[in-house]
Write a protein that binds this ligand. Structure first.
Ligand SMILES: C[S@@+](CC[C@H](N)C(=O)[O-])C[C@H]1O[C@@H](n2cnc3c(N)ncnc32)[C@H](O)[C@@H]1O
Length: 306
């Protein structure tokens, strides 16, 4: 039987866009996309009908309005309607456009023709229902951090370049696979990716194939850090992990067990006010915070082993 989805449309001020995303994520929405509408932002999100009743949607509307009051900004509007599966898969795609991230990456929806006149690395993506379109600040911070990681060795040093191309990373909470694929396009040799959500795993595999990456270069499995420990054949050079702070702190010992003395890490999905708590746990697990990058209320910690 065809599945039915709620299509939610929120019109809000840009100041609360991230908190809207957070609420929608908590609510279980999939395939979120946003676009500017004058001074406002229009956010679309999709949710299987079975996961929410009208009362839940009314409650969501109330939370969004309460958030806006806290930010002292104009009240958002939330509209919803039911659509069937076929409409869902084409509907949110209409709202998603190519997006430049940092200086070197262009995220290109896989159904849009690849631009010819660009020097950027083109990351083709169809996230399906997995998180990771590149629209969220936490993903952008990770991609920009990866860009920095893979740009710091001048390309004219051949030996350094070879070293750069040996880099193996572990991506925990891979979603659409956007960070693994970004790292591979930027110069990593190999990526291992895990996610607890089976839809994220299939999305990562699909996006690996869309980008023409060999399966040996991007190994994907369902699970968390314990599965990653079994997946990697030797310690990795870098870890990327864009999950919420509480989860990062919980699985950090497991992540620390698969690194080398020279490894680096990129940890995102952390609210600014949580950065001290995460830093404490990082230090207890043998990491040093090198830089903190922030965007809106989110931050991304670039770390290295002591
Ligand atoms: C915020 S999304 C990040 C997706 C993508 N890496 C990005 O940066 O856009 C977090 C992902 O982590 C997954 N996740 C949540 N808890 C996890 C855990 N304990 N271990 C592994 N994955 C987890 C979720 O299913 C989700 O796909």
């Amino acid at each position: 039987m065809a599945k039915t989805w709620w299509e939610l449309q929120i019109l809000c001020s840009p100041e609360i866009e991230d908190s809207v995303y957070w609420r929608l994520d908590e609510f279980g929405c999939r395939g979120t996309a946003s676009q500017k509408k004058g001074n406002l932002v229009s956010v679309q999100a999709y949710l299987p009908q079975s996961q929410a009743h009208l009362l839940d949607l009314a409650a969501l509307s109330l939370w969004l309005r309460q958030d806006a009051l806290c930010f002292e900004t104009s009240l958002p509007s939330l509209q919803w309607k039911l659509i069937d599966e076929e409409d869902w898969s084409s509907s949110w795609k209409q709202h998603w456009e190519p997006q430049e991230i940092g200086d070197r990456i262009l995220i290109n929806p896989s159904w849009i023709q690849v631009p010819e006149n660009t020097e950027r690395k083109i990351l083709q993506l169809d996230p399906g229902s997995a998180f990771g379109t590149g629209a969220h600040a936490t993903t952008q911070l990770c991609l920009e951090s990866l860009e920095m990681r893979f740009s710091d060795i001048p390309e004219f040093f051949v030996s350094s370049q070879e070293k750069k191309n040996d880099v193996v990373i572990a991506d925990i909470g891979c979603g659409s696979g956007i960070l693994s694929i970004g790292a591979l396009l930027l110069g990593a040799a190999k990526a291992y990716a895990v996610d607890t959500d089976s839809l994220a795993v299939s999305s990562t595999v699909e996006n690996r194939d869309i980008n023409g990456l060999a399966p040996e270069r991007l190994k994907v499995a369902q699970g968390s850090v314990e599965v990653m420990q079994q997946l990697v054949t030797e310690p990795v050079d870098g870890i990327v992990c864009n999950i919420l702070a509480d989860i990062i702190m919980e699985i950090l010992p497991g992540m620390s067990a698969i690194v080398k003395p020279t490894s680096w890490g990129i940890f995102s999905g952390i609210l600014l006010e949580q950065s001290n708590a995460v830093t404490d746990v990082l230090e207890k697990n043998g990491w040093v915070v090198a830089t903190l990058w922030k965007r809106k209320e989110w931050c991304c910690l670039n770390v290295r082993r002591q």
